[in-house]
Design a protein around this ligand. Structure first.
Ligand code: ADP
Length: 497
């Protein structure tokens, strides 16, 4: 077991901020540093980060964590990295300079490249070999865009002088003094060019997109020795890399097939462990690698909801029915009577399982006595209904009945929402004591790699804050969910009718 003075540092490189978390030998977070960095919006639909901002902010929080927690570098056993996924960086192998800004996962500029891939009949191949659907969300079309649009890039790439990486790869290459060009299975599985069955870069897709193999990093299990960060004459091993949503699944200790977690942030991401074989969805979910550990690969089904916590921001910033997110809980709880109102927050179309980019937001069931509270509560309810939609799709695909759902993320702090979630799912909703699942996932894996913990230790270290059990009668639940399905139907195809 880890000596009491030793710690693991989790680097959590997110979309809007970089964080460093100090984790002690009991798997508890004892210190956090966070630094935001600029979001760059060159034109509508484009989102970029400066890779140097990513690196600098991450190094800063690391240093500040040591200083503010009064920790010496010798007390750090290892580093685990978790990161925003899919975001794409290409840099010059000789100079280390990025040749373009990082193109962020939300960026939509490569939609035409995706349309072209679909026209070439690649959808089925992509699904069967990468587990994904063809979408600008994933890295590969972003790589192609940079190679096509930055002067001289394609020639340099062909000559073997450019490197591609997701954020983890960029960080490790820099932390290891340009020695290691690596990533892990989870990040590779979001690229659209990684074969999740054979565990290698997919030659056919690489050829289709004109991406030279020499640009691509070596792919390793998530729990591996990825290199050393040398600082002040001390070498700290980097012993985990795992994409943020997979990290949360691991951090929630969803180690068994059929266990699932839902993260309630700006959007919602639900992942279910489907065991050692990939399960392919018939309901618009993604198949992805959950982690690689102890010589085994674990797969997951993933469903995402575009607008979740963002709907609460909409209540606060646009329609101004609340002054802060937390207030939504009190307002919802104050409404004693049943709520006939439904808010469908399809502000950006609908994702899984509907996949309708023409759907738009709508409010249904208004009557003369509808007030602010009904709309606030119905907006919260929409997070729970959307979660049920995804969960049902997952259960159908994986052919397992889920007993409980583990939750985390900002909006999981809302007790009204979590109770309603349990009610509408008729399942236990389990909120852990620490909702920092993402950073914990990276730290646990890093600790397991160096032999400090086992999965069993992780399981026994988890403590629960609250278990929410359904209190709703089946008749009521079924009536409410039917209402939601009717509302969703009516919000669909709004833009193209
Ligand atoms: P992200 O990582 O996507 O930035 P977070 O996990 O930090 O998200 O959660 C922030 C989101 O959660 C915001 O969209 C916010 O509106 C929502 N949120 C935070 N607290 C609450 C709350 N008490 N009730 C409902 N929503 C909340």
């Amino acid at each position: 077991m880890i000596s009491e003075k030793k710690y693991i540092i989790a680097l959590d490189q997110g979309t809007t901020s970089s964080r460093a978390l100090l984790v002690n030998c009991s798997g508890e977070i004892v210190g956090i540093e966070q630094q935001e960095f600029p979001q760059i919006y060159p034109v509508s639909g484009w989102i970029e980060h400066n890779p140097k901002d990513i690196l600098d902010s991450q190094l800063n929080v690391f240093k500040n964590l040591l200083i503010n927690q009064n920790i010496s570098i010798n007390q750090v056993s290892s580093i685990g990295i978790t990161n925003q996924r899919e975001t794409t960086i290409i840099w010059d192998k000789q100079t280390g300079e990025p040749i373009y800004n990082a193109i962020v996962w939300q960026d939509k500029r490569t939609a035409p490249i995706c349309e072209d891939l679909k026209k070439r009949g690649l959808s089925k191949y992509v699904k069967e070999n990468t587990g994904l659907i063809i979408d600008s969300y994933f890295s590969a079309t972003k790589i192609k865009w940079i190679l096509d649009n930055v002067d001289g890039a394609r020639k340099k790439a062909k000559e073997g002088n450019l490197l591609f990486g997701t954020v983890d790869t960029w960080l490790v290459w820099n932390l290891t003094n340009r020695k290691q060009h690596v990533t892990d299975y989870t990040n590779a599985s979001r690229s659209l060019i990684y074969n999740i069955n054979s565990l290698e870069w997919d030659q056919k897709l690489i050829n289709e997109l004109g991406i030279p193999m020499s640009m691509l990093p070596e792919v390793k299990p998530s729990a591996s020795h990825f290199g050393d960060y040398e600082i002040g004459g001390v070498k700290i091993p980097i012993t985990s890399i795992i994409g943020d949503q997979q990290a949360a699944l691991f951090g929630q200790a969803c180690f068994k097939k059929g266990e699932a977690k839902n993260t309630y942030g700006t959007g919602c991401f639900m992942l279910m462990n489907t065991g050692e074989k990939p399960q392919y969805s018939k309901n618009g979910l993604l198949t992805t690698i959950a982690w690689g550990l102890n010589g085994k690969v674990v797969y997951a089904l993933e469903g995402s909801i575009f607008i979740a916590g963002a709907a609460i921001q909409w209540l606060r910033d646009e329609v101004k029915l609340i002054s802060n997110a937390k207030e939504s809980e009190k307002i919802a709880q104050e409404l004693a009577e049943d709520n006939p109102v439904y808010v469908v927050p399809a502000f950006a179309g609908l994702g899984a399982p509907y996949w309708d980019m023409y759907a738009r937001g709508a409010i249904f069931g208004l009557t003369r006595d509808t007030g602010q509270r009904h709309i606030v509560r119905a907006t919260l309810d929409s997070l729970a209904y959307q979660t049920r939609d995804i969960l049902e799709a997952m259960q159908n695909d994986a052919e397992v009945e889920l007993k409980s759902l583990k939750v985390d993320g900002g909006a999981s702090a809302n007790n009204y929402l979590m109770q309603f979630q349990a009610d509408i799912l008729n399942k236990e909703v389990i909120r852990p004591a620490s909702v920092e699942s993402t950073a914990l996932g990276a730290a646990y894996l890093a600790g397991i790699t160096i032999g400090l913990w086992t999965e069993k230790d992780v399981l026994s270290s988890k403590s629960i804050d609250t278990i929410f059990n359904s209190k709703m009668a089946e008749e009521n639940r079924s009536k409410k969910y039917k209402g939601w399905q009717k509302a969703i139907k009516r919000s669909m195809s709004w833009e193209n009718e």
